[in-house]
Design a protein around this ligand. Structure first.
Ligand SMILES: CC(C)(COP(=O)(O)OP(=O)(O)OC[C@H]1O[C@@H](n2cnc3c(N)ncnc32)[C@H](O)[C@@H]1OP(=O)(O)O)[C@@H](O)C(=O)NCCC(=O)NCCS
Length: 145
């Protein structure tokens, strides 16, 4: 079962050592960058992704201060643990978590257009193109509620 844990002194070093493959490095910021970003942007929530107490990945979502909507800004599964269903399970759990806030009804995310793996995953979860391209990234949305 997938679980989320906040990042603190107990898992910080393990989280910053998680890595994607070399080919995927341009698709996602490093976890240390995301943690620094969340310090400056406190509306961003960073979570370690665990499978049965094994740290397998990292995600960060934010209630964006400009559009006041939820954005999943980061998702990564360590290269050792990819293609085992953890990314999809983590996304399902994260979507459920965001949906608890019934004052909102849409989740946004964006990705590099050549990130086919991420695109397939998001489309399977029900995300569809929003029509926007921001900083070269395709914006997708999932409407709920
Ligand atoms: C994208 C990512 C999070 C997916 O996590 P994952 O745990 O490997 O994915 P899953 O095993 O849950 O698979 C989910 C879907 O992704 C796709 N997928 C997974 N591995 C794949 C591969 N090797 N090639 C192509 N598609 C793949 C499939 O559509 C899969 O669905 P299926 O199992 O029903 O076929 C992971 O590959 C990753 O961390 N990539 C680098 C960082 C990144 O690009 N993050 C997204 C930035 S927006």
């Amino acid at each position: 079962m997938i679980q989320f844990k906040y990042i603190d002194r107990h898992n910080f070093f393990e989280v910053i050592h998680l890595q994607v493959t070399d080919e995927q490095k341009s698709f996602v910021a490093s976890n240390v960058f995301s943690l620094a970003q969340a310090k400056a942007f406190p509306e961003c929530v960073c979570l370690g992704i665990y499978f049965e107490n094994l740290l397998v990945g990292f995600t960060m979502y934010c209630l964006d201060v400009d559009d006041k909507e939820y954005w999943i800004y980061r998702l990564m599964i360590d290269a050792r643990y990819q293609s085992k269903g953890y990314g999809r399970a983590a996304m399902e759990k994260l979507i459920d978590r965001i949906k608890q806030d019934q004052n909102h009804e849409v989740i946004y995310l964006s990705f590099e257009p050549d990130n086919r793996q991420a695109m397939k995953l998001y489309e399977k979860l029900g995300f569809s193109p929003d029509g926007r391209v921001i900083d070269g990234e395709v914006v997708y949305k999932l409407t709920y509620g």
